[in-house]
Design a binder for this molecule. Structure first.
Ligand code: SF4
Length: 391
């Protein structure tokens, strides 16, 4: 495990991708009836702390005193609202009572939570989000190019090298230089020119962005089966949250003049877009971000925009947008077993959208940690249907 010194002189450790062992630990120490991301992420923290204690020999008291875990949380209405309680219960029952868990929430109190716990300034937070955008950009480049690599494994290796250069640049305060050096590595990639079916992965936030046992290595499976993945990014999700906060503020307004909050949120949205697309250009890749106002307009006829939780109306909106513009051949909507918002709400609408826009194949698949064969076979069936034109 690598430790890096980052914001405000704090030391950061990058945790492993949650695996099935983490899932088992999550189930063992968590409450019954939680969704998969809860079990995977809670279990992963317990697994990590046990490794620190038993593997690295760090006494429990020191772990509780010197370490903290920063993650995403929320106020509901989906299980995200219960994450904090789940962490506390699992940590208590696994022998780490008192360990600090600091949550970013989607209700706008990021600052309160983080600054109380870590004493971060606004500048630190901006740098933090900038680092997320760079990571997002590098991940997207990796996913976009990997299916076309001439030598197996070369794109992963080159992106890893590029990431290390960016990381070094960030730690020396020379962000642009780090990215410029990474660009040279990325430009030297040897890629094949061939046509492949485009598979857009959408769905529940954690299931669609994770790249591991939590979604049965979905990205790599699709690549192995001959597809190329079109992915959704964390930055896009962040933009959606900002759009939503602005929309809520606009609903409270009585006149036509925008409130200060609305203006601030619009500026923030523009800045994020400017930086993310700029990072892409610097790294030599044309990246894409959604127009969330347009997505909301597309969805509102079928999905009440007031319904909050998980992806809100985004799954329905992305489906319509992709189908209308023929941006993919197949859409895979991936959701964890028992997800309230994705399986319980969005999927109820998706059937109608599939009937209205049959030009793009749509399949919804669930992950539950032990149903890989069924999961893979549904993806294969979807891919076979759309692959005929590429043979
Ligand atoms: S969106 Fe679904 S899977 Fe994700 S935290 Fe909420 S209930 Fe769980």
């Amino acid at each position: 495990m690598k430790t890096v010194v980052g914001l405000a002189g704090l030391k950061f450790e990058i945790m492993e991708e949650p695996d099935n062992q983490a899932l088992q630990l999550g189930r063992e120490f968590g409450n019954r009836g939680q969704c998969n991301p809860t079990y995977f992420t809670v279990g992963n923290l317990v697994k990590h702390l046990v490794e620190l204690r038993d593997g690295a020999g760090i006494p429990t008291e020191r772990i509780i005193r010197e370490y903290a875990f920063v993650t995403a949380g929320g106020c509901g209405p989906c299980r995200m609202g219960m994450y904090a309680t789940e962490y506390r219960k699992a940590l208590r029952d696994s022998g780490f009572e008192g360990f600090r868990v600091l949550l970013f929430t989607r209700s706008g109190d990021v600052q309160d939570v983080l600054m109380d716990g870590l004493k971060l300034t606004n500048t630190d937070l901006l740098r933090f989000f900038f680092a997320i955008m760079v990571g997002d950009a590098l991940n997207s480049i990796n996913i976009k190019r990997r299916p076309f690599e001439e030598t197996p494994g070369s794109v992963d290796a080159q992106v890893k090298e590029a990431r290390a250069l960016v990381q070094e640049g960030i730690s020396q305060g020379r962000w642009i230089r780090g990215m410029w050096q990474a660009r040279k590595i990325l430009r030297s990639m040897k890629l094949k020119r061939e046509k492949r079916p485009v598979v857009h992965i959408m769905g529940e936030f954690w299931a669609k962005t994770t790249d591991g046992e939590g979604n049965y290595h979905l990205f790599r499976f699709i690549e192995k089966e001959g597809g190329v993945v079109s992915n959704e990014t964390l930055t896009d999700w962040l933009l959606h949250q900002i759009w939503r906060a602005r929309w809520i503020a606009s609903r409270k307004r009585t006149g036509r003049i925008w409130s200060g909050t609305e203006v601030q949120l619009l500026v923030l949205e523009k800045l994020i877009k400017f930086f993310f697309l700029g990072i892409g250009s610097l790294l030599g890749e044309k990246l894409h971000l959604s127009n969330h106002g347009e997505l909301a307009t597309l969805a509102k006829e079928h999905f009440d925009l007031h319904v909050d939780g998980g992806e809100d109306h985004m799954e329905v909106a992305h489906h319509i947008h992709i189908a209308k513009n023929r941006l993919a051949d197949l859409i895979v909507s991936v959701k964890p077993f028992t997800c309230l918002s994705s399986s319980g709400v969005s999927d109820g609408v998706q059937n109608k959208i599939s009937n209205l826009y049959p030009q793009v194949e749509f399949i919804a698949v669930e992950t539950n940690g032990d149903g890989a064969a069924n999961f893979y076979s549904r993806i294969q069936m979807g891919l076979q249907k759309v692959s005929a034109q590429f043979r």
